[in-house]
Ligand binder design. Sequence first.
Ligand code: UT7
Length: 329
Amino acid sequence: MNKKIGVKILGTGSYFPKKVLTNADLEKMVETSDEWITTRTGIRERHIAQNDEAASDLALKASEEALKAANLTADKIDLILVATITPDMFFPSTACMLQVKLGANNAAAFDLAAACSGFIYGIATAKGFIESGIYKNILLVGTETLSKITDWKDRNTCVLFGDGAGAMVLSASETNDDVLSVYLGADGSYADLLYMRGGGSLCPTTAESVAAGMHTIRMEGKEVFKAAVPKMALAAQKALELAGKKVSDVKLYIPHQANMRIIEAVAKKIDISMDSVFVNIHKTGNISSATTITALDEAIKSGRIQKGDLVELVAFGGGFTWGAAVIRI
Ligand code: UT7
């Protein structure tokens, strides 16, 4: 009988654009206050990409770091998976744009759309491809330039989002099984609560669609909040069950960074102390598919987690989609 192929997490990387937009800056743009943003969300500042900086440019920097950490050259990658809701363009995929920038000439490449849960969906996809023996070395990226689809006149949303990218290299292994479990969920009946309507086949781009503001993010924040807490708690518990682990086995929980109050409510619901929850929302804002991976990378670089530690990533986003993964770093 063939030996089961395991997954080894070889390295991670991240990148944030240089420009920082603070709450004080936002006070000059819309009717808001640092006090409101900080107390309602936990966000103090976020990074903003330059006009000529695309999702694939952010992805490139994060990927180069991840490849270096993995001690692997780009030509060894046989699949590039990019999770994003802000692709460079409709097509070709951002994964193809990244492939050429990296010189990953032996890689297949495609994008994956699961909004803020994109990186968890990506882990599940990478795990499946590796365990089935189809691909050996996978570069998985979450990259977002949300500032480019933000309505800077809408105070309900423009204070929330930021730009950034994170990357992970996963590889086939006979000795490791670093992705212990993944749990995914979705419910498209909530599509009307968090979306960008314009530009697709349903509402193609027209002068009217642009004038109607259909090319920027719209969100019913309160309703999204209400759904996010139970779904993230459920995902966290299900992934633990699938991994055969207890809450206390996990060294660090890395939740999607959308709102500090959501993070605290989820921690309470699954009965974990905030001491074992990683938070960097104050300096990043919500960067959708890039939140969990950039936070994981920061936790590794800062020494908050060590080789061999169990970590759980948990996310929730537009769709709705949700998911969690228990991994060993
Ligand atoms: O990543 C995908 C998942 N996304 C999320 O998980 C986001 C989930 N939602 C949230 O994080 C929160 O609902 C928000 C941060 C978006 C909003 O917080 P909230 O506590 O739900 O506030 P609200 O929308 O109920 O608004 C409360 C008040 C309103 O004023 P009135 O009607 O009470 O007079 C808003 O107009 O706060 C007002 N408001 C603001 N005031 C100052 C809304 N945005 C702002 C703002 N500055 N930026």
